[in-house]
Design a protein around this ligand. Structure first.
Ligand code: FPP
Length: 251
């Protein structure tokens, strides 16, 4: 008999609005260009980008979005200059310290995905505290991808799965499409229905590779610091009229 590890966290009851996306994932791109257009350093754009996050999180219940996953820092972003990387890490630390109260008051449950080992101790501690502080909230599930890469996630998951096989906890003949996702960072989340990328680039940059197999994509020209609740709402509404067949034929 095949048995996979059990999911440890309770999922929130569904509040899905008919036809809208339940889970939206966003690649928040364009901060650097937004700053450069204003003759300012790239970190100015990242700070403006961080300010956008709250409005979009708080808009989620209005559009029936229960899960919002945002790409804050990729496993490839370490290749940026030391100044930009250090500035982003400092921004994440400040964001968490500053936003904990309002995220909690709003009822957001915050989770982080990605590999924490390369992050600094102070940041790791703040991330854990924010997750703990918001653990009983269910209004919106905000997942922040930090030092996240889809391939890295699948590799880490495979390593954990291999350990379970080696220790006899998992029968290798039972490894299938249902088993592997239980080892992913996103094991408690539904797959994204809609993936939005701002800034006019049409690529997915290693984001939620496994999870987005059947997601709808929206690549929009708006730079992330200019992204508004209204545009978010329009994209959610546009999703609602898409014909999703998941490989089947409508009869
Ligand atoms: C991509 O824009 C953006 C990032 C690598 C960082 C994303 C971070 C934020 C939006 C701010 C912080 C978020 C949180 C949750 C506090 P880019 O720099 O690649 O823009 P470019 O393509 O114009 O250069």
């Amino acid at each position: 008999m095949c048995s996979a590890p059990t999911i440890k966290e309770n999922m929130a009851p569904s509040q899905v609005v008919e036809g809208g996306p339940r889970h939206v994932a966003i690649i928040m791109d364009g901060n650097g260009r937004w700053a450069t257009m204003r003759g300012r350093p790239r970190l100015f754009g990242h700070r403006a980008g961080a300010k956008r996050v709250r409005e979009i999180v708080e808009a989620c219940p209005d559009f029936g979005v229960e899960y919002l996953t945002i790409f804050a820092f990729s496993t490839e972003n370490w290749k940026r200059t030391q100044v930009e990387v250090a500035g982003l890490m400092s921004l994440f630390r400040r964001y968490i310290s500053k936003e904990t109260r309002s995220l909690n008051a709003f009822g957001a449950r915050v989770r982080f995905i990605g590999d924490r080992v390369r992050l600094d101790d102070k940041l790791i501690k703040l991330m854990g505290e924010l997750e703990d502080a918001t653990a009983s909230n269910t209004r919106v599930h905000l997942t922040i991808a930090l030092n996240y890469g889809g391939r890295d996630e699948v590799a880490r998951a495979t390593q954990r799965l291999a350990h379970d096989v080696a220790s006899g906890k998992l029968d290798p003949n039972c490894v299938d499409e249902e088993t592997l996702p239980k080892y992913l960072d996103t094991y408690v989340l539904p797959d994204p229905d809609l993936v939005i990328r701002t800034s006019g680039e049409a690529r997915i940059s290693n984001f939620l590779l496994w999870q987005s197999a059947y997601a709808e994509y929206e690549f929009i020209d708006t730079l992330w610091p200019d992204f508004t609740k209204a545009e978010f709402g329009n994209l959610c509404a546009a999703y609602g009229v898409r014909d999703r067949r998941f490989g089947a034929v409508k009869t």
